[in-house]
Design a protein around this ligand. Structure first.
Ligand code: FBP
Length: 356
């Protein structure tokens, strides 16, 4: 008996050791089943994104004890939003981790009007990084969960005006995308187009360790996540959907104020997140290239769906770098339900026009 027990213990030991050694960079190479230069590059880029996540997680965990880590900078960003000190810190962290890397030639983020170039990385750096350094900024100063969102695209063309015009492409063109959730534990979830995988930061190792592979979002979930404070600013179709979930058993509202936190819950438990257009902002609030498209890439890889309300979100081609878009994202059946209210209103509108 003891022989068998030792073998099982050995096997379990190897299993946990193998898991503890499945770092992000190794997992990317395993996914790509290649050690060629582009595989090595993507693995190295993911490793640098992980480093950015560790630096931001460390700052967040001690921010309340540090002078000048929280609060506002007194400036506004290209979106016209007041900039938080943590937004600026996190934005600079992403730039710093790619200095002298030969990997990423250009970075574009919510906090920068124009793309940021790292000349020493160009022309060998064949990638661009688009990112939201701190998603859920309104949560930072009250110690609630926030996130970082990232998307990696191929550097195509020279972009002589340095405006990032070649980045204005649909979401299918993303090579990889994901987010980092700074919550009770720090979690990094990513996809390179071969399923969705989650890693948890093990502070004792300082490494992101594989926690779940090939995550699949439930077909349907009870959660709906939307800021109902905008109810009277929405189109009738969105109000119809909200009235429906209010009147039907089996639905529950969850809204954290941080898109990444709400998407993470929906990825694991199912449901739908919505940020519709409003009277004030017909295109909604969320940015296409570095908030909605990366999360749509991820959720569709997990078997879910993402829509603008008019078309699949990944088909949407932006006309400017900081373009906003309405977002409906989550479990297939939940997104289809929301879309059905939009189609019904459109049908009624056409009918009304036809008889008038
Ligand atoms: P930031 O990236 O500037 O934080 O904006 C995005 C966001 O905070 C999302 O994380 C969140 O879902 C949404 O805006 C909250 O907006 P509102 O306060 O209008 O509901």
């Amino acid at each position: 008996m003891t022989g068998i027990m030792n073998q099982i213990q050995d096997w379990e030991h190897h299993q946990s050791l193998d898991r503890d050694c499945t770092t992000l960079s190794r997992h990317v190479l395993e996914q790509l089943q290649s050690f060629d230069s582009s595989a090595q590059d993507l693995s190295a880029i993911m490793n640098r994104i992980a480093l950015a996540g560790k630096l931001i997680a460390r700052r967040l965990s001690r921010a309340g004890l540090m002078e000048g880590a929280l609060g506002f900078t007194g400036t506004t960003n290209v979106q016209g939003e007041a900039v938080k000190r943590m937004d600026l810190f996190a934005n600079e962290v992403f730039i710093s981790v790619f200095q002298k890397s030969g990997l990423v030639c250009r970075l574009a983020s919510e906090e920068m009007e124009e793309p940021y170039y790292i000349p020493e990385n160009c022309p060998i750096g064949r990638y661009s990084l688009l990112y939201d350094p701190i998603d859920g900024s309104s949560n930072v100063d009250v110690n609630l969960n926030v996130g970082s969102i990232f998307s990696i695209r191929q550097q195509e063309g020279d972009d002589p005006e340095q405006t990032g015009s070649d980045l204005l492409q649909d979401g299918h063109k993303q090579l990889a995308a994901g987010y980092i959730l700074y919550g009770p534990s720090t979690v990094l979830v990513y996809s390179i187009g071969q399923g969705v995988h989650a890693f948890i930061l093990d502070p004792s190792l300082g490494e992101f360790i594989l926690s779940a592979e090939n995550l699949k979002i439930p077909e349907h979930g009870s959660v709906y996540s939307v800021n109902e404070g905008n109810f009277w600013q929405w189109e009738e179709s969105m109000r119809d959907f909200t009235r429906y979930v209010h009147r039907h058993e089996g639905y529950t509202a969850r809204y954290s104020g941080a898109l990444v936190g709400d998407i993470h819950r929906i990825l694991y438990q199912g449901g739908v997140f919505l940020y519709p257009g409003t009277v004030k902002q017909p295109s909604g609030k969320l940015r296409l290239l570095y908030e909605s498209a990366p999360l749509a890439f991820l959720i569709e890889q997990a078997g879910g769906k993402a829509s603008t309300g008019v078309m699949p979100l990944l088909d949407y081609v932006p006309t400017e770098l900081h373009q906003r878009t309405p977002l409906i994202i989550g479990s297939r059946k939940n997104v289809d339900l929301v879309d059905s209210f939009i189609q019904e209103r459109t049908r009624l509108e056409l009918e009304r026009k036809a008889v008038s």
